[in-house]
Design a protein around this ligand. Structure first.
Ligand SMILES: Cc1cc2nc3c(=O)[nH]c(=O)nc-3n(C[C@H](O)[C@H](O)[C@H](O)COP(=O)(O)O)c2cc1C
Length: 209
């Protein structure tokens, strides 16, 4: 095993360190965050930091980079009563999804990257029409992290999904939606069907369902 210490990481060249540390969490989800400014201008950005924070009520978190420079996603969420959407990314849309991370100024990433902004059921943030699973969230809390990033905590208000993804037990079949996983800041992975296990109990070594 190669051993890398905090001192080694601190001494890495900047881009090398960024690449290295971004790979450490393992595979991550791929979500496009949709927002709108009060004047109606829309914004879309790929985020890989979405995480589950609780099911009852349904709460999801995501981490935004330091807000010391203007962040359209963060600003729009703050200015629109806390509304934002998460839109899962299928394999066919990875190039367009990655393109949303470019530093667009005035132009909406929806148009620049070839996505359709879809306003549904009176919600203030746009969904991605091309996404097979979309979630409408309301910002509930923000937690500053010591390094300048901010954990945004949102409650789930709406979910839209292609019905074939919803299994009878409530689990989601993300493979049938052709969804990808992300590694680092540049890898988009097609995924294979999972090996699934039931609720784990001591003394019972799990066997596939
Ligand atoms: C694969 C990938 C994952 C990313 N994940 C995040 C993330 O979780 N949080 C974040 O703040 N930026 C993330 N970014 C960077 C944003 O997509 C990028 O900063 C975007 O321009 C932000 O747009 P905005 O200024 O319109 O909010 C990621 C970029 C890539 C390529």
């Amino acid at each position: 095993m190669q051993h890398i210490t905090a001192a080694d990481i601190a001494a890495f060249e900047k881009i090398y360190r960024l690449n290295f540390v971004n790979g450490l969490p393992g595979f991550k989800p791929a979500n496009l965050v949709g927002t709108a400014a009060p004047d109606g201008r829309t914004n879309l950005a790929i985020f890989s930091s979405v995480l589950h924070l609780g099911s009852d009520p349904a709460v999801l978190g995501m981490v935004t980079r330091p807000t010391t420079v203007p962040r359209h996603t963060y600003q729009n969420i703050k200015d629109s009563g806390g509304a934002y959407t998460l839109n899962h990314v299928p394999l066919a849309l990875t190039a367009q999804a990655h393109y949303t991370s470019a530093n667009f100024k005035e132009e909406s990433e929806f148009e620049a990257c070839g996505f359709t902004a879809d306003f549904r059921d009176g919600f203030a943030a746009p969904y991605v029409a091309e996404s097979p699973l979309s979630i409408g969230l309301r910002l509930r809390e923000e937690h500053p992290i010591f390094n300048g990033t901010v954990l945004l905590v949102g409650t789930v208000e709406h979910v839209y999904l292609r019905p074939e993804a919803l299994r009878p037990d409530g689990t989601l079949d993300l493979v049938v939606l052709n969804e990808v996983a992300i590694s680092g800041l540049d890898g988009y992975h097609e995924v294979l069907p999972p090996v699934r296990y039931g609720y784990a109990r001591p003394g019972q070594v799990p066997t596939p369902l």
